[in-house]
Design a protein around this ligand. Structure first.
Ligand code: C5P
Length: 228
Protein backbone atom coordinates (compact mmCIF):
# COMPACT_ATOMS: atom_id res chain seq x y z
CA UNK A 1 0.00 0.00 0.00
CA UNK A 2 1.37 3.45 -0.86
CA UNK A 3 1.95 5.79 2.06
CA UNK A 4 0.81 9.41 2.32
CA UNK A 5 3.21 12.22 3.20
CA UNK A 6 2.76 15.99 3.26
CA UNK A 7 5.12 18.78 2.24
CA UNK A 8 4.35 22.32 3.35
CA UNK A 9 6.32 25.04 1.54
CA UNK A 10 6.76 27.82 4.11
CA UNK A 11 9.71 29.78 2.77
CA UNK A 12 7.82 32.71 1.27
CA UNK A 13 8.29 36.26 2.47
CA UNK A 14 4.61 37.21 2.18
CA UNK A 15 5.42 40.44 0.32
CA UNK A 16 1.80 41.04 -0.80
CA UNK A 17 0.60 40.89 2.80
CA UNK A 18 2.97 43.68 3.81
CA UNK A 19 3.48 42.65 7.45
CA UNK A 20 6.73 42.92 9.39
CA UNK A 21 7.19 39.15 9.42
CA UNK A 22 6.29 36.39 6.92
CA UNK A 23 2.53 35.81 6.93
CA UNK A 24 2.85 32.17 8.03
CA UNK A 25 3.91 33.43 11.47
CA UNK A 26 1.19 36.05 11.98
CA UNK A 27 -1.05 35.52 14.98
CA UNK A 28 -4.22 33.56 14.27
CA UNK A 29 -6.31 32.80 17.35
CA UNK A 30 -3.25 32.89 19.62
CA UNK A 31 -1.05 30.65 17.46
CA UNK A 32 1.18 31.27 14.43
CA UNK A 33 -0.96 30.91 11.29
CA UNK A 34 1.06 27.91 10.11
CA UNK A 35 0.33 26.06 13.36
CA UNK A 36 -3.30 25.62 12.24
CA UNK A 37 -2.17 24.47 8.78
CA UNK A 38 0.18 21.87 10.25
CA UNK A 39 -2.37 20.74 12.85
CA UNK A 40 -4.83 19.79 10.09
CA UNK A 41 -2.19 17.66 8.38
CA UNK A 42 -0.60 16.01 11.42
CA UNK A 43 -4.05 15.12 12.82
CA UNK A 44 -5.06 13.18 9.72
CA UNK A 45 -4.64 9.44 10.24
CA UNK A 46 -3.59 8.75 6.62
CA UNK A 47 -0.65 11.17 6.73
CA UNK A 48 2.49 9.60 8.17
CA UNK A 49 4.89 12.52 8.12
CA UNK A 50 4.81 16.26 7.41
CA UNK A 51 7.87 18.09 6.12
CA UNK A 52 7.86 21.86 6.59
CA UNK A 53 10.17 23.61 4.13
CA UNK A 54 11.65 26.71 5.77
CA UNK A 55 13.89 29.38 4.36
CA UNK A 56 17.55 28.73 5.32
CA UNK A 57 17.61 32.09 7.13
CA UNK A 58 14.23 31.67 8.89
CA UNK A 59 14.61 33.22 12.33
CA UNK A 60 11.00 32.82 13.46
CA UNK A 61 10.32 29.07 13.56
CA UNK A 62 12.51 28.45 16.64
CA UNK A 63 10.70 31.18 18.60
CA UNK A 64 7.55 29.06 18.86
CA UNK A 65 6.59 25.79 20.53
CA UNK A 66 5.48 23.08 18.09
CA UNK A 67 5.42 20.13 20.50
CA UNK A 68 1.63 19.92 20.48
CA UNK A 69 1.77 18.88 16.81
CA UNK A 70 3.43 15.58 17.74
CA UNK A 71 6.14 13.42 16.17
CA UNK A 72 4.98 13.46 12.52
CA UNK A 73 6.46 16.93 12.03
CA UNK A 74 9.92 17.46 10.52
CA UNK A 75 11.53 20.73 9.41
CA UNK A 76 13.96 21.12 6.53
CA UNK A 77 15.73 24.42 5.90
CA UNK A 78 15.99 24.21 2.14
CA UNK A 79 13.45 26.76 0.86
CA UNK A 80 14.23 28.19 -2.58
CA UNK A 81 13.60 31.39 -4.52
CA UNK A 82 10.14 30.28 -5.71
CA UNK A 83 7.38 28.09 -4.33
CA UNK A 84 8.22 25.41 -6.93
CA UNK A 85 11.90 25.48 -5.88
CA UNK A 86 10.92 25.10 -2.21
CA UNK A 87 8.68 22.13 -3.02
CA UNK A 88 11.36 20.51 -5.22
CA UNK A 89 13.97 20.88 -2.47
CA UNK A 90 11.49 19.48 0.06
CA UNK A 91 10.85 16.47 -2.17
CA UNK A 92 14.59 15.81 -2.43
CA UNK A 93 14.88 15.99 1.36
CA UNK A 94 12.05 13.45 1.63
CA UNK A 95 13.91 10.94 -0.54
CA UNK A 96 15.16 8.92 2.42
CA UNK A 97 11.57 8.08 3.41
CA UNK A 98 9.37 8.31 0.33
CA UNK A 99 9.16 5.68 -2.41
CA UNK A 100 8.23 6.54 -6.00
CA UNK A 101 4.65 5.29 -5.63
CA UNK A 102 3.93 7.02 -2.32
CA UNK A 103 1.49 9.92 -2.35
CA UNK A 104 2.73 13.43 -1.57
CA UNK A 105 0.25 16.10 -0.52
CA UNK A 106 1.72 19.57 -1.09
CA UNK A 107 -0.14 22.16 0.96
CA UNK A 108 0.45 25.92 1.26
CA UNK A 109 1.52 27.09 4.71
CA UNK A 110 -0.81 30.04 4.11
CA UNK A 111 -4.00 27.90 3.99
CA UNK A 112 -4.81 27.40 7.69
CA UNK A 113 -8.50 26.47 7.29
CA UNK A 114 -8.02 23.06 5.66
CA UNK A 115 -10.60 20.77 7.28
CA UNK A 116 -10.49 17.05 8.00
CA UNK A 117 -13.47 16.61 5.66
CA UNK A 118 -11.62 18.24 2.75
CA UNK A 119 -8.57 16.06 3.38
CA UNK A 120 -10.78 12.97 3.54
CA UNK A 121 -12.38 13.90 0.21
CA UNK A 122 -9.01 14.38 -1.47
CA UNK A 123 -7.38 11.20 -0.12
CA UNK A 124 -10.44 9.04 -0.82
CA UNK A 125 -11.21 10.68 -4.17
CA UNK A 126 -7.71 9.98 -5.53
CA UNK A 127 -6.98 6.61 -3.90
CA UNK A 128 -7.24 4.67 -7.18
CA UNK A 129 -6.43 7.54 -9.53
CA UNK A 130 -3.63 6.96 -12.04
CA UNK A 131 -2.57 10.65 -12.08
CA UNK A 132 -3.53 12.36 -8.80
CA UNK A 133 -5.22 15.70 -8.41
CA UNK A 134 -6.01 18.80 -6.43
CA UNK A 135 -8.67 20.44 -4.29
CA UNK A 136 -10.41 23.14 -6.31
CA UNK A 137 -13.65 25.11 -6.51
CA UNK A 138 -15.65 26.15 -9.58
CA UNK A 139 -15.36 29.89 -10.27
CA UNK A 140 -18.51 31.56 -8.95
CA UNK A 141 -18.02 35.21 -9.89
CA UNK A 142 -18.20 36.85 -13.31
CA UNK A 143 -14.65 37.43 -14.56
CA UNK A 144 -13.48 40.78 -15.95
CA UNK A 145 -10.24 41.42 -17.79
CA UNK A 146 -8.74 44.83 -16.90
CA UNK A 147 -7.04 47.27 -19.24
CA UNK A 148 -4.06 49.45 -18.26
CA UNK A 149 -6.40 52.10 -16.79
CA UNK A 150 -8.14 49.51 -14.60
CA UNK A 151 -11.30 49.64 -16.65
CA UNK A 152 -13.09 46.57 -18.01
CA UNK A 153 -11.56 45.47 -21.29
CA UNK A 154 -13.63 42.29 -21.58
CA UNK A 155 -15.91 39.88 -19.74
CA UNK A 156 -14.35 36.44 -19.76
CA UNK A 157 -16.47 33.28 -19.90
CA UNK A 158 -16.18 31.35 -16.65
CA UNK A 159 -17.61 28.08 -17.97
CA UNK A 160 -15.41 25.20 -16.96
CA UNK A 161 -13.07 27.38 -14.89
CA UNK A 162 -12.00 26.25 -11.43
CA UNK A 163 -9.79 27.91 -8.81
CA UNK A 164 -6.90 25.66 -7.82
CA UNK A 165 -6.29 25.19 -4.10
CA UNK A 166 -4.05 22.90 -2.12
CA UNK A 167 -3.38 20.17 -1.06
CA UNK A 168 -2.24 18.92 -4.44
CA UNK A 169 -1.67 15.17 -4.32
CA UNK A 170 0.61 13.25 -6.68
CA UNK A 171 2.94 10.25 -6.62
CA UNK A 172 6.38 11.08 -5.23
CA UNK A 173 8.50 9.93 -8.17
CA UNK A 174 6.37 11.52 -10.86
CA UNK A 175 5.99 14.80 -8.98
CA UNK A 176 9.74 15.22 -8.49
CA UNK A 177 10.37 14.41 -12.16
CA UNK A 178 7.64 16.85 -13.24
CA UNK A 179 8.98 19.74 -11.14
CA UNK A 180 12.56 19.13 -12.23
CA UNK A 181 11.41 19.27 -15.88
CA UNK A 182 9.24 22.32 -15.41
CA UNK A 183 10.51 24.59 -12.58
CA UNK A 184 8.58 27.70 -13.70
CA UNK A 185 5.12 26.52 -12.63
CA UNK A 186 3.00 28.17 -9.92
CA UNK A 187 1.53 24.89 -8.67
CA UNK A 188 2.36 21.18 -8.75
CA UNK A 189 -0.55 20.38 -11.06
CA UNK A 190 0.99 22.70 -13.67
CA UNK A 191 4.14 20.57 -13.74
CA UNK A 192 2.11 17.34 -14.03
CA UNK A 193 0.07 18.91 -16.86
CA UNK A 194 3.33 19.70 -18.68
CA UNK A 195 3.96 15.94 -18.75
CA UNK A 196 0.74 15.62 -20.77
CA UNK A 197 -1.33 14.29 -17.84
CA UNK A 198 -4.69 15.58 -16.58
CA UNK A 199 -4.92 15.96 -12.77
CA UNK A 200 -8.36 15.33 -11.25
CA UNK A 201 -10.30 18.25 -9.76
CA UNK A 202 -11.68 17.24 -6.35
CA UNK A 203 -14.30 19.71 -5.23
CA UNK A 204 -13.31 21.56 -2.05
CA UNK A 205 -14.92 24.72 -0.71
CA UNK A 206 -14.09 28.38 -0.41
CA UNK A 207 -13.27 28.20 3.31
CA UNK A 208 -9.89 26.71 2.30
CA UNK A 209 -8.68 30.22 1.48
CA UNK A 210 -5.07 31.30 1.07
CA UNK A 211 -4.13 34.15 3.37
CA UNK A 212 -2.66 36.72 0.99
CA UNK A 213 -3.98 40.12 2.15
CA UNK A 214 -4.80 41.40 5.68
CA UNK A 215 -8.57 40.92 5.22
CA UNK A 216 -7.96 37.20 4.61
CA UNK A 217 -6.49 36.82 8.09
CA UNK A 218 -9.68 38.13 9.72
CA UNK A 219 -11.75 35.80 7.55
CA UNK A 220 -9.58 32.81 8.48
CA UNK A 221 -10.06 33.64 12.17
CA UNK A 222 -13.84 33.72 11.69
CA UNK A 223 -13.84 30.38 9.88
CA UNK A 224 -11.70 28.63 12.51
CA UNK A 225 -13.68 30.16 15.39
CA UNK A 226 -16.97 29.01 13.87
CA UNK A 227 -15.65 25.43 13.80
CA UNK A 228 -14.52 25.42 17.45
O1 C5P B 1 3.14 33.70 -1.92
P1 C5P B 1 2.13 32.60 -2.00
O2 C5P B 1 0.97 32.80 -1.06
O3 C5P B 1 1.69 32.24 -3.38
O4 C5P B 1 2.91 31.30 -1.45
C1 C5P B 1 2.29 30.05 -1.39
C2 C5P B 1 3.09 29.16 -0.44
O5 C5P B 1 4.39 28.91 -0.97
C3 C5P B 1 3.28 29.79 0.94
O6 C5P B 1 3.07 28.77 1.90
C4 C5P B 1 4.72 30.26 0.91
O7 C5P B 1 5.35 30.28 2.17
C5 C5P B 1 5.37 29.22 0.01
N1 C5P B 1 6.59 29.72 -0.66
C6 C5P B 1 7.81 29.05 -0.46
N2 C5P B 1 8.97 29.51 -1.06
C7 C5P B 1 8.94 30.61 -1.84
C8 C5P B 1 7.72 31.29 -2.07
C9 C5P B 1 6.55 30.82 -1.47
O8 C5P B 1 7.86 28.05 0.25
N3 C5P B 1 10.09 31.04 -2.37
Amino acid sequence: MPRHYAIVPAAGSGARFGAEKPKQYLDLLGRPLIFHTLAALTAHPAIERVWVVLSPDDAEWSRHDWLALGPKLETVRCGGATRAASVTNGLRAAAMAAADDDWILVHDAARPCLSAAMLDALVAGLADDPVGGILAVPVADTLKRADAAQRVAATEPRDGLWQAQTPQMFRYGRLLEALENCPGVTDEAGAIEALGLAPKLVRGDSTNLKVTYPADLALAAMILRARQ
